[in-house]
Design a binder for this molecule. Structure first.
Ligand SMILES: Cc1ncc(COP(=O)(O)O)c(C=O)c1O
Length: 464
C-alpha cells in the first residue's frame, strides 16, 4: 500500500510522484515541465505563490462562463446535497428537463423534432453519434470528415480525425474517414476570395459524386457508400479556422442530393463561444445530428451528448442499451448543464460575445501592424486566431509560439508593477496558431491586458 506522507507535498515531491506513477498518455505535454496550478477565479488561474495567469484558452473553450462561476458552482453544490447519484435505469428531473430544453431550442431553430442522448466526454458522444448514424444508414461505416478536423481520441473518434499522429501507434479498429479539404483561406489558393475558395471546395467535393469511378457513389442505385459528413463548423484544434458564410449551404446541398447526413461537432465551438448557442447557426443549414460537450457544464462535470433528428434516434430505431455507460446523464452533470443553459439564455451573450470579439480582433489587427510575424488574425465571436509566421508573414513559425507559451507560463510578465502570466493554447495545421478562447465574461480591461501581455511576449520571443 502507498503510505501517503503528510500534505502538503512540495512541488519537487509531486513532480517525482508524477514521473513515477502517472501515465502521461492521458495528457498533452507541450512543455518539458507542465505547470502546477492551485486556484482559479473568473479569467485567471493562480499558482502556489498566488501569482495570477490570465487564461486566454479557458480549458480549450470549456470554462466559457469563467472559473468558479458562482451561479453554476451553487447548482453543483445543490445537486451534491440533494441527489448526486442515480443509476441510469432510473430517471431524474434534470436529465429530462435538459434534454427537453436542448431539443425544443433545436426544433425552434432547425424546424426539426429531435431527441437528446448523453454520455461523458466529447469523444464518447462522437462514438455514440457514429452508432446513431451507422444504425440509421443500415450499417454503412464510411464517413467523410475534414482535413484539419478534430473529433477526439477514442478509437472511433480518431478514425474520423484527420491527424494520423493519433492513430499511428494503434492500428485501425474502424474505417478511417475520407478527408476533404476545408476552406482555410489564409493558406488557400492566391487570387481567390474567401467565398470563391469555399465554392471551389464544395465543387471539388461534389465532383466525387459525378462518376462511380471516384469511389463514393453508385449512380445507378443513386446511393452513396458514405453515411455522414462530420464537420466542425469552425475548426477548433485545426486553428480556429472560420469558413466563408456560404460554405455550409453549398456543402449541405451536395449532401442532401446524395443522401449523406450532416453531423456537426459543436464540442469546442458550441455554448456561445461564437455568440450563438451552436456555431452552425451562423451558416444557415440544419444539421441531422449535433454533438456537444465541454462548456455545457462550464467544465464542472464531464457531460457531453448528441442531438439527432427524431427518425434517427427514437427508441424504435435506437432502443435502450444502444450505447449505455454508467455515468452518462449523471445527475451532477445534467443539473449543472441545465443551469448553464438557463443562465446563458437569460444573459445577453448573442450581443456581448460579438461585441467583445470585435474589440479583441481589432486589438489583434493592431498588433499585426507592428509584428510582421503575425501572418493572420480572424475571429467569430470570442473564437479568435492569431497565426504566427516567420518575418515573411507566411512561413509557419511553431518555435515562436512554443517560446511564447513557455514564457507566458513563467509568470514574470510585468503590468503596472505586478508580475503575472499568460496562458495560451497551441493549435493549427502547423501548430503555429494561438487559438484564443477567453471567458465569455471577459471585460474590456482584461482584453486590453491580454493584448498588452501578447505584445510583451512577442517582444521577448520574436526578437530573440
Ligand atoms: C471539436 C471537438 N470534438 C470532440 C472533442 C473531444 O472531446 P473530449 O476531449 O471531451 O473527448 C474535442 C476536444 O477538444 C473537440 O474539440
Amino acid at each position: 500500500m502507498y503510505d501517503a506522507p503528510a500534505p502538503p507535498l512540495s512541488e519537487a515531491e509531486l513532480r517525482s510522484l508524477d514521473a513515477q506513477y502517472c501515465s502521461w498518455g492521458d495528457t498533452v505535454h507541450y512543455l518539458e515541465q507542465p505547470k502546477f496550478f492551485e486556484a482559479c477565479e473568473g479569467s485567471y488561474m493562480y499558482d502556489a505563490e498566488g501569482r495570477a495567469f490570465l487564461d486566454l484558452q479557458m480549458w480549450y473553450s470549456t470554462v466559457n462562463f469563467g472559473y468558479r462561476n458562482v451561479r453554476l458552482n451553487a447548482a453543483a453544490h445543490r445537486q451534491l446535497d440533494r441527489l448526486p447519484q442515480v443509476a441510469s435505469q432510473h430517471l431524474h428531473r434534470e436529465k429530462v428537463e435538459l434534454a427537453a430544453l436542448i431539443a425544443r431550442d433545436a426544433e425552434a431553430k432547425f424546424g426539426t423534432r429531435g431527441r437528446v442522448h448523453f454520455n461523458v466526454g466529447g469523444a464518447q458522444a462522437v462514438e455514440d453519434s457514429l452508432k446513431v448514424v451507422r444504425n440509421a444508414c443500415e450499417g454503412k461505416s464510411l464517413m467523410f470528415a475534414f482535413q484539419g478536423g478534430y473529433h477526439g481520441r477514442t478509437l472511433g473518434a480518431s478514425a474520423i480525425t484527420s491527424s494520423f499522429r493519433y492513430r499511428r501507434r494503434f492500428g485501425h479498429f474502424g474505417d478511417r474517414a475520407h478527408f476533404v479539404e476545408f476552406p482555410y483561406a489564409f493558406r488557400g489558393p492566391k487570387g481567390m476570395s474567401k467565398e470563391e475558395y469555399g465554392e471551389q471546395c464544395v465543387r471539388d467535393f461534389a465532383r466525387l459524386f459525378e462518376s462511380e469511378f471516384h469511389g463514393v457513389y453508385d449512380l445507378k442505385a443513386r446511393e452513396a457508400e458514405y453515411a455522414a459528413f462530420y464537420a466542425e463548423p469552425i475548426q477548433g484544434t485545426g486553428g480556429y479556422v472560420i469558413p466563408p458564410k456560404n460554405f455550409f449551404v453549398g456543402l449541405k446541398k451536395v449532401l442532401d442530393e446524395h443522401g449523406v447526413l450532416l453531423v456537426v461537432d459543436e464540442v469546442q465551438m458550441g455554448v456561445y463561444r461564437t455568440g450563438k448557442l451552436w456555431s452552425i447557426e451562423h451558416f444557415g443549414v440544419k444539421p441531422d445530428v449535433l454533438i456537444f460537450g465541454k462548456a455545457v457544464t462550464n467544465g464542472l462535470n464531464p457531460l457531453a451528448g448528441v442531438w439527432a433528428r427524431d427518425e434517427l434516434i427514437n427508441p424504435t430505431v435506437f432502443p435502450p442499451g444502444s450505447t449505455h455507460s454508467t455515468f452518462n446523464a449523471n445527475p451532477m452533470g445534467t443539473a449543472v448543464a441545465l443551469e448553464t443553459l438557463r443562465m446563458a439564455s437569460e444573459g445577453d451573450y448573442e450581443r456581448t460575445v460579438p461585441e467583445k470579439g470585435a474589440y479583441f480582433l481589432e486589438g489583434l489587427k493592431e498588433l499585426q501592424t507592428r509584428w510582421p510575424q503575425i501572418g493572420d488574425v480572424d475571429g467569430l465571436g470570442l473564437a479568435l486566431r492569431c497565426e504566427l509566421c516567420e518575418a515573411d508573414g507566411f512561413t509557419p513559425n511553431k518555435p515562436l509560439l512554443d517560446r511564447m507559451v513557455a514564457e507566458g507560463l513563467k509568470g514574470d510578465l510585468e503590468v503596472d508593477g505586478q508580475k503575472m502570466g499568460l496562458i495560451l493554447n497551441v493549435g493549427g495545421y502547423y501548430k503555429n496558431v494561438i487559438t484564443l478562447a477567453p471567458s465569455l465574461d471577459i471585460t474590456t480591461g482584461e482584453i486590453d491586458l491580454a493584448l498588452a501581455l501578447l505584445d510583451q511576449l512577442l517582444a521577448r520571443c520574436a526578437r530573440g
